[in-house]
Write a protein that binds this ligand. Structure first.
Ligand SMILES: Nc1ncnc2c1ncn2[C@@H]1O[C@H](COP(=O)(O)OP(=O)(O)OP(=O)(O)O)[C@@H](O)[C@H]1O
Length: 497
């Protein structure tokens, strides 16, 4: 990203990007002193390690029109902080009495990348290659991890993510049942347990819940939970420090290994190689492995075939998109959970039902919306009713209303290329049909939450590998063929309008 541009990192409800040409000269409502106090509170909530690595280096810039802006050293740091601590930061600023709705992270023009990990996560693998070739210039720093047991690396477990706080409904009942079974810590029956599903549907929550339960029931077991990204950084660190033997010994000595968001290592050859050996060693010694990803093993592009087949060899469980009933259950539970922070808040009848009807994207957005609503209600000192909800959440509600479907994409593509739907989804392979078909496949993949098999079914029952091939083809072509790039942009805009 160019110097001076802004990585706007939404928190919970405001996942979007924007550009800001301003040169950080805005008015500051919140003082640095208040930010200092907020930081002290954050130290308590996020823990020392996370605080030192991620919160302390943030440079508070300004709070204007409800948006608190911080300078960070790189897009990666902004994304990481937003994803892992965004809600906590927002919460603490609101608790300090500041009228904040959103936080943003700016990649500062002048700051040296002192604590920056690789500038974008993709750069880390390039870094790894340079290291192997002996040309590395900087060490990417590992995301915060803490010694969980002796010197076993693992990420902090979120105390809120337990089985007790996990609401079970039709879409996640199988994943929950499988998780419960594994959490009993009995003999390994399915290995690995592979949980997959769209963004913010509770996979991480479920994994933490399994880890907590295992720790409670079988404290003698060595349970390690970490994200695939952390696995990679640990691996890089070990390589750099010539500590590969220690690394291998550590990961091979665990009883339960949990790796979240495994799709992250796709295309990262050296990390995949190491993951593959770790995986095999653990399966051989009958240690339990639990993996999560945003899609099914066979749909993870650039994942080596031998890893895909290992990932498929246990129990593969899909966490489905939420239903109205599940969303309402989650909202009721979250409202209870948030209650102590907002003791005076009055919630009118029908608000939770309204939210469950209108916000269907994912639980993270739902949760963020509820938190914003509570914070807003408590700041203005009025009961939270439906008109206030509509006013406070106008952006989220608008976004939720604008959900693109496969049918819509197919219609728009047909209009654009002047062909019939039957030709778009039919078997004819001539270029005039095949190219629009691939474009439509590409848009379906990128603009809907549908899985490749689901998209395949809507394209005349094609196999998911055909869809993957089509998507790849367009990915290649859009950088070579400006007409295709233009068509894609035009279609995307028309679909988002
Ligand atoms: N069934 C559920 N019951 C209670 N809370 C839930 C449930 N599903 C999701 N959540 C909440 O939604 C938020 C997002 O969940 P989580 O981080 O586990 O999603 P994820 O599937 O791992 O997403 P990602 O793919 O982005 O990592 C968390 O705060 C989590 O507690």
């Amino acid at each position: 990203m160019a110097a001076g541009t802004v990585a706007t990192v939404g928190v919970g409800w405001s996942l979007h990007s924007s550009w800001n040409e301003n040169d950080n000269a805005g008015q500051c409502d919140m003082t640095n002193e208040t930010w200092g106090l907020v930081r002290q509170e954050l130290l308590k909530t996020v823990g020392k390690n996370n605080y030192v690595n991620w919160i302390e280096p943030l440079e508070f810039d300004r709070l204007e029109d409800g948006v608190a802006t911080f300078n960070v050293t790189s897009t990666f740091v902004g994304n990481w902080v937003s994803r892992n601590f965004g809600d906590s930061i927002l919460n603490e600023i609101a608790k300090a009495g500041e009228p904040v709705r959103r936080i943003e992270f700016t990649v500062a023009k002048t700051r040296a990348p002192a604590r920056a990990a690789a500038d974008a996560t993709g750069a880390a693998d390039a870094e790894l290659d340079r290291m192997i070739k002996g040309t590395s210039t900087s060490a990417p720093e590992a995301p915060a991890v803490h010694a969980q047991d002796d010197d076993l690396p693992g990420a902090d477990l979120d105390p809120r993510f337990t089985f007790d706080s996990f609401v079970v409904g039709k879409p996640n009942e199988l994943a929950h049942a499988a998780g419960r079974r594994v959490a009993e810590g009995g003999p390994v029956t399915f290995n690995p347990l592979f949980l997959y599903g769209g963004v913010g549907l509770g996979k991480t929550h479920l994994m933490h819940a399994i880890a907590w339960e295992l720790r409670r029931r079988k404290p003698e077991l060595r349970v390690v939970y970490l994200s695939a990204e952390q696995f990679m950084y640990r691996f890089i660190q070990a390589l750099r420090g010539s500590q590969m033997i220690d690394f291998k010994q550590l990961f091979r000595s665990v009883d339960v290994l949990m790796v979240d968001d495994v799709q992250f290592i796709a295309g990262k050859d050296s990390t995949q190689e190491e993951f593959f050996h770790t995986f095999n060693a653990l399966v051989d010694q009958r240690s339990q492995i639990i993996i999560s990803a945003d899609r099914a093993p066979g749909e993870i592009e650039k994942m080596e075939a031998r890893i895909v087949s290992r990932l498929q060899s246990g129990l593969v469980v899909d966490v489905h998109p939420t239903t109205y009933e599940l969303r309402l259950g989650i909202l009721q539970q979250k409202a209870e959970q948030f209650r102590p922070q907002f003791p005076d808040l009055r919630l009118a009848d029908g608000v939770l039902e309204f939210l469950a009807h209108r916000i269907t994207s994912n639980v993270r957005v739902l949760e963020g919306a509820l938190m914003r609503l509570f914070a807003f209600g408590s700041l203005v000192g009025r009961p939270v009713d439906i008109p206030m909800t509509q006013e406070c959440l106008v952006d989220i509600l608008r976004q939720s209303d604008r959900k693109t479907t496969i049918d819509e994409i197919q219609r728009k593509v047909c209009d654009h290329y002047n062909i019939r739907i039957s030709d778009l989804v039919g078997p004819k392979r001539t270029r005039i049909f095949a190219r629009p078909r691939q474009i439509a496949m590409y848009l379906c993949k990128h603009m809907t939450q549908r899985s490749l098999p689901e998209i395949g079914r809507k394209f005349g029952g094609r196999d998911h590998t055909t869809i993957m091939h089509g998507v790849k083809k367009i990915e290649e072509l859009k950088s070579q063929d400006s007409q295709i790039a233009e068509d894609l942009e035009m279609l995307r805009r028309a679909l988002e309008a």
